[in-house]
Write a protein that binds this ligand. Structure first.
Ligand code: B12
Ligand code: SF4
Ligand code: SF4
Length: 361
Protein backbone atom coordinates (compact mmCIF):
# COMPACT_ATOMS: atom_id res chain seq x y z
CA UNK A 1 0.00 0.00 0.00
CA UNK A 2 1.31 3.48 -0.87
CA UNK A 3 2.28 5.55 2.16
CA UNK A 4 0.53 8.84 2.86
CA UNK A 5 2.21 12.04 1.76
CA UNK A 6 2.72 14.47 4.65
CA UNK A 7 2.29 17.59 2.56
CA UNK A 8 -1.04 16.39 1.12
CA UNK A 9 -2.15 15.43 4.64
CA UNK A 10 -1.38 18.93 5.94
CA UNK A 11 -3.07 20.54 2.95
CA UNK A 12 -6.16 18.43 3.52
CA UNK A 13 -6.24 19.51 7.17
CA UNK A 14 -5.56 23.14 6.18
CA UNK A 15 -2.40 23.40 8.24
CA UNK A 16 -0.20 25.92 6.52
CA UNK A 17 3.60 25.61 6.67
CA UNK A 18 5.09 29.14 6.99
CA UNK A 19 7.76 29.94 4.42
CA UNK A 20 10.48 30.08 7.10
CA UNK A 21 9.76 26.46 8.02
CA UNK A 22 10.85 23.33 6.16
CA UNK A 23 9.68 19.87 7.11
CA UNK A 24 10.77 16.43 6.13
CA UNK A 25 10.00 12.79 7.00
CA UNK A 26 12.42 10.10 8.16
CA UNK A 27 11.01 6.56 8.38
CA UNK A 28 11.50 4.62 11.62
CA UNK A 29 13.12 2.44 12.80
CA UNK A 30 16.10 4.27 11.37
CA UNK A 31 19.06 2.35 12.82
CA UNK A 32 20.61 5.80 13.33
CA UNK A 33 22.60 6.08 16.54
CA UNK A 34 24.94 9.00 17.29
CA UNK A 35 25.69 8.03 20.89
CA UNK A 36 29.24 6.84 20.14
CA UNK A 37 30.13 10.15 18.46
CA UNK A 38 28.69 12.13 21.38
CA UNK A 39 30.58 9.88 23.79
CA UNK A 40 33.78 10.42 21.84
CA UNK A 41 33.52 14.20 22.19
CA UNK A 42 32.84 13.69 25.89
CA UNK A 43 35.75 11.30 26.44
CA UNK A 44 38.10 13.76 24.72
CA UNK A 45 36.74 16.40 27.12
CA UNK A 46 35.73 18.64 24.21
CA UNK A 47 32.28 19.04 25.78
CA UNK A 48 33.74 21.34 28.48
CA UNK A 49 31.76 19.49 31.16
CA UNK A 50 28.42 20.57 29.72
CA UNK A 51 25.45 18.43 30.64
CA UNK A 52 22.79 18.69 27.89
CA UNK A 53 23.01 15.65 25.57
CA UNK A 54 26.33 14.67 27.17
CA UNK A 55 24.59 13.56 30.41
CA UNK A 56 23.20 10.44 28.80
CA UNK A 57 24.58 10.05 25.26
CA UNK A 58 23.16 6.52 24.95
CA UNK A 59 19.65 7.89 25.14
CA UNK A 60 19.99 11.34 23.57
CA UNK A 61 21.98 9.98 20.61
CA UNK A 62 19.61 7.09 19.92
CA UNK A 63 17.34 7.47 16.87
CA UNK A 64 14.99 4.58 17.63
CA UNK A 65 13.84 5.77 21.06
CA UNK A 66 10.21 4.74 20.81
CA UNK A 67 8.92 1.37 19.67
CA UNK A 68 5.60 2.93 18.71
CA UNK A 69 7.14 5.61 16.44
CA UNK A 70 6.82 5.00 12.67
CA UNK A 71 8.27 8.30 11.43
CA UNK A 72 10.10 11.33 12.70
CA UNK A 73 9.25 14.71 11.23
CA UNK A 74 12.30 16.97 11.15
CA UNK A 75 11.38 20.64 11.35
CA UNK A 76 13.79 23.42 10.45
CA UNK A 77 13.11 27.09 11.13
CA UNK A 78 15.10 29.66 9.15
CA UNK A 79 15.51 32.60 11.51
CA UNK A 80 17.18 35.02 9.09
CA UNK A 81 15.10 38.22 9.34
CA UNK A 82 13.22 39.16 6.21
CA UNK A 83 14.32 42.77 6.55
CA UNK A 84 17.96 43.25 7.36
CA UNK A 85 19.01 46.22 9.47
CA UNK A 86 22.06 47.84 8.05
CA UNK A 87 24.13 48.84 11.01
CA UNK A 88 27.55 48.66 12.52
CA UNK A 89 28.64 48.74 16.15
CA UNK A 90 29.46 51.98 17.89
CA UNK A 91 31.71 52.14 20.97
CA UNK A 92 29.84 50.87 24.02
CA UNK A 93 27.63 48.54 22.00
CA UNK A 94 27.54 44.76 22.22
CA UNK A 95 26.28 41.99 19.92
CA UNK A 96 23.65 39.31 20.33
CA UNK A 97 23.98 36.38 17.93
CA UNK A 98 21.13 36.15 15.47
CA UNK A 99 19.66 32.92 16.88
CA UNK A 100 18.95 34.80 20.13
CA UNK A 101 17.91 38.19 18.72
CA UNK A 102 14.35 37.24 19.68
CA UNK A 103 12.59 34.12 20.95
CA UNK A 104 12.86 32.10 17.74
CA UNK A 105 12.35 28.88 19.69
CA UNK A 106 8.86 30.10 20.57
CA UNK A 107 7.90 30.37 16.90
CA UNK A 108 9.36 26.95 16.11
CA UNK A 109 7.67 25.50 19.21
CA UNK A 110 4.30 26.96 18.21
CA UNK A 111 4.47 25.32 14.81
CA UNK A 112 5.44 21.94 16.27
CA UNK A 113 2.66 22.18 18.87
CA UNK A 114 0.13 22.87 16.10
CA UNK A 115 1.39 19.86 14.16
CA UNK A 116 1.27 17.61 17.25
CA UNK A 117 -2.26 18.79 18.06
CA UNK A 118 -3.44 17.96 14.56
CA UNK A 119 -1.97 14.44 14.73
CA UNK A 120 -3.34 13.85 18.24
CA UNK A 121 -6.85 14.86 17.16
CA UNK A 122 -6.49 12.21 14.42
CA UNK A 123 -5.52 9.51 16.99
CA UNK A 124 -1.77 9.67 16.18
CA UNK A 125 0.67 9.51 19.10
CA UNK A 126 3.47 12.11 19.17
CA UNK A 127 6.58 13.07 21.09
CA UNK A 128 8.38 16.33 20.36
CA UNK A 129 11.90 17.59 21.09
CA UNK A 130 13.45 21.04 20.70
CA UNK A 131 16.71 21.83 22.46
CA UNK A 132 16.12 19.18 25.09
CA UNK A 133 18.93 17.38 26.96
CA UNK A 134 17.13 14.10 26.16
CA UNK A 135 17.55 14.37 22.42
CA UNK A 136 20.30 15.19 19.93
CA UNK A 137 18.30 17.48 17.63
CA UNK A 138 20.58 17.09 14.60
CA UNK A 139 20.26 13.31 14.60
CA UNK A 140 18.02 12.88 11.52
CA UNK A 141 18.88 16.06 9.65
CA UNK A 142 21.22 14.41 7.17
CA UNK A 143 18.84 11.50 6.58
CA UNK A 144 15.90 13.89 6.14
CA UNK A 145 17.16 15.37 2.87
CA UNK A 146 17.05 18.86 4.33
CA UNK A 147 20.82 19.29 4.22
CA UNK A 148 24.12 18.23 5.71
CA UNK A 149 26.44 18.67 8.66
CA UNK A 150 29.13 21.24 7.94
CA UNK A 151 32.67 21.40 9.22
CA UNK A 152 31.45 23.95 11.79
CA UNK A 153 29.16 21.13 13.07
CA UNK A 154 26.19 23.29 12.01
CA UNK A 155 23.47 21.69 9.91
CA UNK A 156 23.30 23.51 6.57
CA UNK A 157 20.70 23.67 3.81
CA UNK A 158 20.91 25.11 0.33
CA UNK A 159 19.70 28.74 0.36
CA UNK A 160 19.60 28.85 4.18
CA UNK A 161 23.05 27.71 5.21
CA UNK A 162 23.42 27.37 8.99
CA UNK A 163 20.73 29.98 9.90
CA UNK A 164 18.18 27.46 11.13
CA UNK A 165 16.98 25.90 14.35
CA UNK A 166 15.90 22.28 14.42
CA UNK A 167 13.07 20.41 16.13
CA UNK A 168 11.84 16.83 15.88
CA UNK A 169 8.39 15.27 16.15
CA UNK A 170 8.12 11.48 16.51
CA UNK A 171 4.77 10.14 15.30
CA UNK A 172 3.05 6.75 15.35
CA UNK A 173 2.08 7.00 11.68
CA UNK A 174 3.90 6.06 8.49
CA UNK A 175 4.38 8.79 5.92
CA UNK A 176 6.21 8.72 2.63
CA UNK A 177 9.91 9.42 3.44
CA UNK A 178 11.59 12.45 1.92
CA UNK A 179 14.45 11.59 -0.44
CA UNK A 180 17.97 11.86 1.00
CA UNK A 181 20.26 14.03 -1.10
CA UNK A 182 24.02 14.15 -1.18
CA UNK A 183 25.45 17.48 -0.11
CA UNK A 184 28.81 18.39 1.36
CA UNK A 185 31.10 21.30 2.24
CA UNK A 186 33.54 20.18 -0.43
CA UNK A 187 36.92 21.80 -0.03
CA UNK A 188 35.55 24.88 1.81
CA UNK A 189 36.97 25.47 5.28
CA UNK A 190 36.00 29.12 5.87
CA UNK A 191 34.37 28.46 9.25
CA UNK A 192 37.58 26.87 10.51
CA UNK A 193 39.63 29.85 9.37
CA UNK A 194 37.11 32.39 10.70
CA UNK A 195 36.72 30.97 14.19
CA UNK A 196 38.65 33.46 16.35
CA UNK A 197 39.74 30.82 18.89
CA UNK A 198 40.60 27.70 16.87
CA UNK A 199 37.60 25.82 18.30
CA UNK A 200 37.01 24.14 14.92
CA UNK A 201 40.58 23.06 14.21
CA UNK A 202 39.38 19.47 13.84
CA UNK A 203 36.79 19.55 11.07
CA UNK A 204 33.24 18.46 12.05
CA UNK A 205 34.17 18.55 15.75
CA UNK A 206 33.74 21.50 18.07
CA UNK A 207 36.05 21.92 21.05
CA UNK A 208 33.67 23.73 23.39
CA UNK A 209 36.55 24.66 25.73
CA UNK A 210 37.56 27.14 23.04
CA UNK A 211 34.10 28.24 21.91
CA UNK A 212 32.98 31.80 22.73
CA UNK A 213 29.33 30.76 22.53
CA UNK A 214 30.00 28.21 25.28
CA UNK A 215 31.83 30.63 27.58
CA UNK A 216 29.09 33.26 27.36
CA UNK A 217 26.72 30.61 28.81
CA UNK A 218 29.10 29.23 31.42
CA UNK A 219 29.12 29.92 35.16
CA UNK A 220 32.85 29.19 35.36
CA UNK A 221 35.60 31.81 35.43
CA UNK A 222 36.31 32.83 31.84
CA UNK A 223 40.04 32.44 31.02
CA UNK A 224 41.89 35.71 30.34
CA UNK A 225 42.70 35.03 26.67
CA UNK A 226 39.07 34.05 26.05
CA UNK A 227 37.86 37.36 27.54
CA UNK A 228 39.81 39.19 24.84
CA UNK A 229 38.55 36.86 22.10
CA UNK A 230 34.96 37.55 23.19
CA UNK A 231 35.29 40.98 21.58
CA UNK A 232 32.00 42.90 21.87
CA UNK A 233 29.86 39.73 21.95
CA UNK A 234 27.24 39.80 24.70
CA UNK A 235 25.46 36.52 23.96
CA UNK A 236 26.27 33.85 21.37
CA UNK A 237 28.83 33.95 18.57
CA UNK A 238 28.07 33.92 14.85
CA UNK A 239 31.54 33.94 13.34
CA UNK A 240 31.42 30.38 11.95
CA UNK A 241 27.92 31.11 10.61
CA UNK A 242 28.50 34.47 8.89
CA UNK A 243 31.56 33.04 7.14
CA UNK A 244 29.61 30.09 5.72
CA UNK A 245 28.96 30.55 1.95
CA UNK A 246 25.70 28.52 1.73
CA UNK A 247 24.18 31.00 4.23
CA UNK A 248 25.21 34.11 2.31
CA UNK A 249 22.05 34.62 0.29
CA UNK A 250 21.12 37.88 -1.42
CA UNK A 251 19.00 39.02 1.56
CA UNK A 252 21.73 38.26 4.03
CA UNK A 253 23.51 41.17 5.64
CA UNK A 254 26.62 40.40 7.60
CA UNK A 255 25.73 43.01 10.24
CA UNK A 256 22.25 41.80 11.08
CA UNK A 257 23.00 40.79 14.63
CA UNK A 258 21.18 42.67 17.38
CA UNK A 259 22.79 45.55 19.19
CA UNK A 260 22.72 46.14 22.95
CA UNK A 261 23.77 49.15 24.99
CA UNK A 262 26.23 47.43 27.32
CA UNK A 263 26.12 50.00 30.12
CA UNK A 264 22.32 49.78 30.24
CA UNK A 265 22.61 46.02 30.75
CA UNK A 266 25.11 46.42 33.57
CA UNK A 267 22.98 48.87 35.56
CA UNK A 268 19.67 47.08 35.00
CA UNK A 269 18.17 45.29 38.05
CA UNK A 270 18.70 41.52 37.67
CA UNK A 271 14.99 40.64 37.67
CA UNK A 272 14.38 43.08 34.79
CA UNK A 273 17.29 41.56 32.90
CA UNK A 274 15.91 38.03 33.29
CA UNK A 275 12.51 39.24 32.09
CA UNK A 276 14.06 40.93 29.08
CA UNK A 277 15.85 37.80 27.86
CA UNK A 278 13.58 34.94 28.89
CA UNK A 279 14.84 32.78 26.00
CA UNK A 280 18.54 32.99 26.92
CA UNK A 281 20.32 30.19 28.72
CA UNK A 282 21.50 32.05 31.84
CA UNK A 283 23.68 30.08 34.28
CA UNK A 284 21.92 29.53 37.62
CA UNK A 285 19.34 32.09 36.42
CA UNK A 286 21.65 34.75 37.85
CA UNK A 287 21.58 38.03 35.89
CA UNK A 288 25.13 38.79 37.11
CA UNK A 289 26.44 36.35 34.50
CA UNK A 290 24.84 38.43 31.73
CA UNK A 291 26.32 41.54 33.31
CA UNK A 292 29.70 39.79 33.33
CA UNK A 293 29.34 39.24 29.56
CA UNK A 294 28.42 42.90 29.10
CA UNK A 295 31.37 44.03 31.21
CA UNK A 296 33.86 42.01 29.16
CA UNK A 297 32.30 43.23 25.90
CA UNK A 298 32.41 46.84 27.15
CA UNK A 299 36.09 46.59 28.09
CA UNK A 300 36.74 45.28 24.57
CA UNK A 301 34.62 48.00 22.92
CA UNK A 302 34.75 51.01 25.28
CA UNK A 303 33.38 54.51 24.76
CA UNK A 304 34.59 57.75 26.32
CA UNK A 305 32.75 57.22 29.64
CA UNK A 306 33.66 53.54 30.09
CA UNK A 307 36.66 53.98 32.40
CA UNK A 308 34.76 56.12 34.95
CA UNK A 309 31.76 53.81 34.67
CA UNK A 310 33.84 50.72 35.45
CA UNK A 311 35.68 52.34 38.38
CA UNK A 312 32.23 52.89 39.95
CA UNK A 313 31.48 49.16 39.57
CA UNK A 314 34.24 48.35 42.05
CA UNK A 315 31.68 49.35 44.73
CA UNK A 316 29.24 46.69 43.51
CA UNK A 317 27.82 44.23 46.04
CA UNK A 318 28.31 41.45 43.48
CA UNK A 319 31.50 39.40 43.63
CA UNK A 320 31.16 38.58 39.92
CA UNK A 321 30.90 42.26 38.95
CA UNK A 322 33.89 43.32 41.07
CA UNK A 323 35.93 40.39 39.73
CA UNK A 324 35.40 41.31 36.06
CA UNK A 325 35.53 45.07 36.73
CA UNK A 326 39.13 44.63 37.91
CA UNK A 327 39.98 42.76 34.71
CA UNK A 328 38.17 45.43 32.64
CA UNK A 329 40.26 48.15 34.28
CA UNK A 330 43.41 46.16 33.49
CA UNK A 331 42.22 45.70 29.89
CA UNK A 332 41.64 49.46 29.63
CA UNK A 333 45.22 49.99 30.85
CA UNK A 334 44.12 51.83 34.01
CA UNK A 335 45.19 49.25 36.59
CA UNK A 336 47.82 51.65 37.96
CA UNK A 337 45.03 54.11 38.92
CA UNK A 338 42.89 51.52 40.69
CA UNK A 339 44.12 52.27 44.23
CA UNK A 340 42.30 55.65 44.08
CA UNK A 341 38.96 53.82 43.80
CA UNK A 342 39.51 50.45 45.46
CA UNK A 343 41.17 49.28 48.66
CA UNK A 344 42.04 45.61 48.29
CA UNK A 345 42.44 45.27 52.09
CA UNK A 346 38.68 45.75 52.40
CA UNK A 347 37.91 43.13 49.76
CA UNK A 348 35.86 40.33 51.33
CA UNK A 349 36.12 37.84 48.44
CA UNK A 350 39.33 35.81 48.13
CA UNK A 351 38.52 35.19 44.46
CA UNK A 352 38.42 38.92 43.71
CA UNK A 353 41.53 39.56 45.80
CA UNK A 354 43.47 36.91 43.84
CA UNK A 355 42.41 38.39 40.51
CA UNK A 356 43.49 41.85 41.69
CA UNK A 357 46.89 40.58 42.87
CA UNK A 358 47.44 38.70 39.59
CA UNK A 359 46.62 41.73 37.45
CA UNK A 360 48.34 44.43 39.51
CA UNK A 361 51.64 42.61 38.83
C1 B12 B 1 25.33 21.70 23.72
C2 B12 B 1 24.93 22.64 22.59
C3 B12 B 1 25.79 23.68 22.28
C4 B12 B 1 27.20 23.76 22.84
C5 B12 B 1 28.07 22.72 22.03
C6 B12 B 1 27.79 22.77 20.50
C7 B12 B 1 28.16 21.50 19.75
N1 B12 B 1 28.56 21.65 18.50
O1 B12 B 1 28.05 20.40 20.26
C8 B12 B 1 27.54 25.26 22.62
C9 B12 B 1 27.12 26.05 23.86
C10 B12 B 1 29.01 25.56 22.31
C11 B12 B 1 26.59 25.59 21.47
C12 B12 B 1 26.83 26.62 20.58
C13 B12 B 1 25.98 26.90 19.50
N2 B12 B 1 24.76 26.38 19.28
CO1 B12 B 1 24.04 24.86 20.27
N3 B12 B 1 23.28 23.29 21.02
C14 B12 B 1 23.73 22.45 21.89
C15 B12 B 1 22.73 21.30 22.07
C16 B12 B 1 21.94 21.54 23.34
C17 B12 B 1 23.36 19.90 22.08
C18 B12 B 1 24.38 19.69 20.97
C19 B12 B 1 25.03 18.34 21.07
O2 B12 B 1 24.39 17.38 21.41
N4 B12 B 1 26.30 18.26 20.81
C20 B12 B 1 27.03 16.99 20.86
C21 B12 B 1 28.07 17.00 19.80
C22 B12 B 1 28.91 15.72 19.93
O3 B12 B 1 27.37 17.01 18.56
P1 B12 B 1 27.95 17.58 17.21
O4 B12 B 1 28.84 18.73 17.49
O5 B12 B 1 26.84 17.80 16.26
O6 B12 B 1 28.85 16.33 16.82
C23 B12 B 1 28.67 15.54 15.68
C24 B12 B 1 29.78 15.71 14.71
O7 B12 B 1 31.02 15.85 15.43
C25 B12 B 1 29.70 14.40 13.99
N5 B12 B 1 30.94 14.03 13.34
C26 B12 B 1 32.07 13.58 13.90
N6 B12 B 1 33.00 13.33 12.94
C27 B12 B 1 32.41 13.60 11.75
C28 B12 B 1 32.89 13.51 10.46
C29 B12 B 1 32.05 13.85 9.39
C30 B12 B 1 32.54 13.71 7.98
C31 B12 B 1 30.71 14.31 9.64
C32 B12 B 1 29.80 14.69 8.52
C33 B12 B 1 30.24 14.41 10.96
C34 B12 B 1 31.11 14.05 11.99
O8 B12 B 1 29.35 13.40 14.97
C35 B12 B 1 28.78 14.04 16.09
C36 B12 B 1 27.42 13.43 16.39
O9 B12 B 1 26.60 13.43 15.26
C37 B12 B 1 21.83 21.44 20.77
C38 B12 B 1 20.35 21.10 20.99
C39 B12 B 1 20.13 19.62 21.10
N7 B12 B 1 19.43 19.18 22.11
O10 B12 B 1 20.59 18.86 20.25
C40 B12 B 1 22.04 22.93 20.37
C41 B12 B 1 22.23 23.24 18.88
C42 B12 B 1 23.28 22.31 18.32
N8 B12 B 1 22.78 24.59 18.92
C43 B12 B 1 22.39 25.37 17.97
C44 B12 B 1 22.89 26.69 17.73
C45 B12 B 1 22.07 27.60 16.82
C46 B12 B 1 24.12 27.09 18.30
C47 B12 B 1 24.95 28.33 17.94
C48 B12 B 1 24.95 28.69 16.45
C49 B12 B 1 24.45 29.55 18.78
C50 B12 B 1 25.30 30.79 18.60
N9 B12 B 1 25.11 31.58 17.53
O11 B12 B 1 26.10 31.09 19.47
C51 B12 B 1 26.36 27.90 18.45
C52 B12 B 1 27.16 27.17 17.33
C53 B12 B 1 28.54 26.74 17.73
C54 B12 B 1 29.01 25.57 16.86
N10 B12 B 1 29.87 25.82 15.88
O12 B12 B 1 28.57 24.43 17.09
C55 B12 B 1 21.40 24.66 17.06
C56 B12 B 1 22.10 24.28 15.76
C57 B12 B 1 21.19 24.26 14.54
C58 B12 B 1 21.95 23.85 13.30
N11 B12 B 1 21.66 24.52 12.18
O13 B12 B 1 22.75 22.92 13.31
C59 B12 B 1 20.97 23.41 17.96
C60 B12 B 1 20.68 22.13 17.20
C61 B12 B 1 19.72 23.86 18.74
C62 B12 B 1 18.45 23.70 17.90
N12 B12 B 1 17.49 22.93 18.40
O14 B12 B 1 18.31 24.24 16.84
N13 B12 B 1 25.56 24.72 21.42
S1 SF4 C 1 30.60 29.96 17.76
FE1 SF4 C 1 32.39 31.35 17.55
S2 SF4 C 1 33.97 30.53 18.89
FE2 SF4 C 1 32.40 28.92 18.65
S3 SF4 C 1 33.13 27.66 16.96
FE3 SF4 C 1 31.82 29.21 16.03
S4 SF4 C 1 33.22 30.90 15.51
FE4 SF4 C 1 34.32 29.56 16.93
S1 SF4 D 1 32.02 27.56 6.10
FE1 SF4 D 1 32.39 26.06 4.47
S2 SF4 D 1 33.30 24.30 5.54
FE2 SF4 D 1 32.33 25.57 7.10
S3 SF4 D 1 30.30 24.70 7.34
FE3 SF4 D 1 30.12 26.37 5.85
S4 SF4 D 1 30.35 25.33 3.84
FE4 SF4 D 1 31.10 23.91 5.40
Amino acid sequence: MKEKNLFNYLKFHKLEVPKEIKISVVPLPSLIDKSLEIQRVKSEKKHANMKFTFSNPNYSGLGDKFEWAKSCIVISYNYTPQKANNHSYKPGEGAIALFASEDHYELLGKFINGLAKLFNSDGVKTQQFIDSPQHYDRIFFNASGLGWQGKSTMMLSPGVGPWQLIGNLYISEKFEPTKKKDYSCGSCNLCQISCPTGALDEEYVLDSNKCISYWLQSHEIIPHEMRINIGNRFYGCDECLTSCPPGQTKDFNIEMTSIVDLKKIIIMPNDELLNLYTWFYIPKMNGDYLKRNALIALANNPDSSTVDFIFELLKSESEIIRFYAIWAIWKLKKINDIAKYYDVRLERSQLVKDEYLRLIK
